[in-house]
Design a protein around this ligand. Structure first.
Ligand SMILES: NC(=O)c1ccc[n+]([C@@H]2O[C@H](COP(=O)([O-])OP(=O)(O)OC[C@H]3O[C@@H](n4cnc5c(N)ncnc54)[C@H](O)[C@@H]3O)[C@@H](O)[C@H]2O)c1
Length: 340
């Protein structure tokens, strides 16, 4: 069992589920259902948050070692995987601390950074130590989405032409889940992005406020076009419609899967053998453990999360300039308060 240490015991680390949840949507719940990783240590600055965590999860993790901050945990523990579950503006500092400590993998909550300069710093430091950084675009690991990604790669739709996805709100903090969903089906080699959005309100000194997405268009190197609608579609949010030469697939975490042939005829899903549901966090941690056993890199790692983050920052750049932005984004120092 690989040892995981979680930094930050807030909502996504622990509070979106309880030990009773069937498919927990949080790190510790996912770890608990994995047969490959175990929760060894947890760091949290706030005593009240540590107590709240212990009240909900204490009995589920009786041997857990608690620390009052990331520095103390990283100094004491020899961890295989460090999960960084603090808010975006703290990602850079905490990830650099974790890299210094030298775990075998880092699982970082989205959005990975508040600037591309921060991202470049983390990626370079992690690469120097050979530590893969996996970014938690968590819905990516929904078992049926993973299976459909594989089937589309194997030709279910023939050549993919266009991917249209629906999700608005903050472009880095929230809509990035769906930007990643587009890449799951379009590939991770974006070349250019054009976007419109709206930044409202204030941000702390040194930061710009994070804009919400109205719409974006992504041009990929393989000829696929990605379109992200900054709002719900007819079937809800956080889903994509993947158009290929042989048909169309509707796919998402909260939207029923539907497959049509090129004539618009609805097809039976039975032959696709879609898997049973599971906690997306269990699936992600299992992929990381399999990598540590000598398997392939986990999804959303290194170049893949970089592609999604380049699209997000390119979209913001496009909102400011009114022009399509080539990727990688030339301007790396724009600092956005990506705190949600
Ligand atoms: N994947 C998803 O669906 C999803 C959902 C919600 C949030 N998130 C992301 O997860 C991250 C955390 O968001 P949240 O809503 O859980 O935040 P939160 O505020 O609920 O929890 C963060 C916790 O980190 C603690 N913390 C900060 N610095 C620390 C340090 N150095 N050492 C130890 N503890 C520290 C804080 O005290 C706080 O309790 C954000 O990046 C957010 O975007 C992802």
């Amino acid at each position: 069992m690989y040892k995981v240490g979680v930094i930050g015991l807030g909502a996504i680390a622990a509070m979106y589920a309880t030990p009773a949840s069937e498919h927990p949507y949080c790190h510790v719940g996912g770890i608990r259902q994995s047969g490959k990783v175990e929760l060894a240590a947890a760091a949290e600055l706030s005593e009240a948050a540590r107590e709240k965590f212990a009240g909900v999860w204490g009995e589920a993790f009786p041997a857990l070692r608690y620390y009052d901050g990331s520095a103390a945990m990283l100094e004491k523990e020899a961890l295989d995987i460090v999960a960084v579950c603090v808010r975006g503006p703290y990602h850079y500092r905490v990830v650099m601390e974790a890299i210094e400590a030298g775990p075998r993998a880092i699982f970082l909550e989205k959005p990975p950074s508040c600037s591309l300069e921060e991202m470049d710093g983390m990626v370079e430091a992690a690469a120097r130590k050979g530590i893969p950084v996996v970014v938690s675009y968590s819905r990516h690991w929904n078992p049926h989405i993973l299976r459909l990604q594989q089937l589309v790669r194997e030709g279910l739709l023939g050549e993919v032409k266009t991917v249209v996805a629906y999700c608005g709100h903050y472009v880095l903090s929230f809509a990035s889940h769906t930007t990643d969903l587009i890449c799951q089906f379009a590939g991770y080699e974006p070349e250019e992005v054009y976007a419109r959005g709206t930044a409202k309100g204030d941000a702390p000194t040194g930061y710009e406020p994070e804009p919400t997405l109205d719409h974006m268009t992504i041009r990929f190197a393989n000829g696929v076009t990605g379109v992200q609608v900054g709002g719900n579609g007819e079937h809800g949010s956080m889903y994509a419609e993947v158009f290929g030469e042989k048909g169309m697939l509707r796919v998402g975490m909260y939207t029923p899967t539907v497959l049509f042939d090129a004539q618009g005829q609805k097809l039976d899903l039975e032959p696709l053998q879609l898997p049973a549901p599971a906690s997306v966090f269990t699936v992600a941690y299992d992929q990381i453990a399999d990598y540590l056993d000598g398997g392939p890199l986990p999804h959303c790692t290194d170049a893949h999360f970089v592609a999604v983050n380049e699209i997000g920052f390119g979209a913001i750049e496009s909102m400011h300039t009114g022009r399509a932005i080539p990727l990688p984004v030339p301007h790396r120092t724009r600092k956005v308060f990506a705190n949600e």
